[in-house]
Design a protein around this ligand. Structure first.
Ligand code: APR
Length: 308
């Protein structure tokens, strides 16, 4: 199994470290900045004795290094600075993703692709259009992260381990994302048993803007540990054919009454990428909130259509 990482910045670097700690067979880091990928690969190699890793890790600034990758994670792009929304990155990152699409077609045309570059749902959709790859194997990472943020803040309020909490966030990876409290549980017990509506609503609001909260703290970039950890869940699900249910940005063809866009929905991940999109019943209010989120994604895609 070969894992290709396009972008060796903050997220790409942490993914490489985590994958090495899991002894992923082969890891290739590629970045346009001369020396960055080589440097990070060598740094992780120097830790392999200590970490007990047997991974073969290489880095380079030429895309050939991605040749034969089974799974590729795309983090190439510009990250947010304070005051910027994910949508502000649209045009800059679309040019980068178009460049990446050419490399994927040349060097690893059969890979499963996980997209992390923001604005996530539009970049995933754009990469599908630019590569012509089957949409089933091009998936955006966001739902696992947003759901983990939701679970963390619920657990924090209850003073219990986040691992006990299951909570789902659907929709686009933007300020209009939709945390779903109706399905949130603590070891199967509904969250509404523990917390009142006001408290849950405050937490939902915090979750929707928690990426921005981190940007405001860091000032020079956006979250990277939690996105990298979320990617690892997806890489594992695909490489081990786990058939794991996660929320991810999937290309929709009529599911949830949406078509020709990538959007955060529950899906089963396995060796082929998205094995199945899972449709759950939603309330009228949830449907309306998702429609608002989808509308924003459509607007961004519309801007990109001029570049197709
Ligand atoms: N090909 C390969 N790498 C590229 C390209 C390209 N065409 N263009 C830029 N890069 C690299 C940059 O050189 C940089 O090292 O992408 C890397 C991005 O790393 P960071 O700036 O550290 O950003 P990071 O925090 O990793 O976030 C990456 O994910 O969550 C999103 O909004 C975030 O869009 C951003 C992306």
């Amino acid at each position: 199994m070969k894992l290709g990482l396009v972008g060796a910045g903050q997220i790409g670097g942490v993914i490489a470290l985590l994958a090495a700690m899991e002894r992923f067979e082969e890891i290739a880091l590629f970045d346009v900045v001369e020396g960055l990928a080589e440097g990070k690969a060598l740094d992780i190699n120097h830790a392999s004795k200590i970490l007990g890793s047997s991974s073969i890790i290489v880095g380079g600034s030429s895309p050939e290094i991605l040749s034969g990758s089974d799974i590729v994670v795309v983090t190439a792009g510009v990250a947010r600075k304070p005051g910027m929304s994910r949508d502000d990155l649209l045009k800059i990152n679309a040019n980068i993703v178009a460049d990446v699409a050419k490399h994927l077609k040349s060097y690893c045309k059969n890979a499963k692709v996980i997209v992390v570059t923001n604005p996530l749902d539009s970049m995933t959709w754009f990469l599908i259009k630019k590569t012509g790859f089957e949409p089933q194997r091009v998936i955006g990472m966001a739902g696992i992260l947003d759901s983990s943020r939701f679970a963390f803040h619920l657990a924090e309020k209850l003073n219990i381990a986040p691992a006990c909490v299951t909570a789902t966030v659907l929709g686009g990876h933007g300020d209009d994302m939709v945390p779903i409290e109706a399905t949130a549980t603590v070891e199967g017990i509904p969250i509404t048993y523990f917390l009142n509506d006001d408290t849950i609503n405050q937490i939902k609001e915090r979750v929707r803007f928690s990426g921005g909260e981190i940007v405001n703290f860091l000032k020079t970039g956006s979250a990277f540990f939690s996105p990298a950890a979320s990617v690892l869940v997806m890489v594992r699900a695909i490489s081990n054919n786990e058939r794991r249910l996660v929320t991810a940005s999937c290309y929709l063809r009529g599911e949830y009454a949406l078509s020709d866009l990538c959007f955060g929905v529950p899906c089963i991940l396995g060796k082929n990428g998205v094995e199945k999109i899972v449709e759950i019943e939603l309330t009228e209010n949830q449907k309306n909130l998702l429609e608002k989120s989808a509308q924003r994604v459509r607007e961004l895609n519309q801007i990109l259509k001029d570049n197709l």
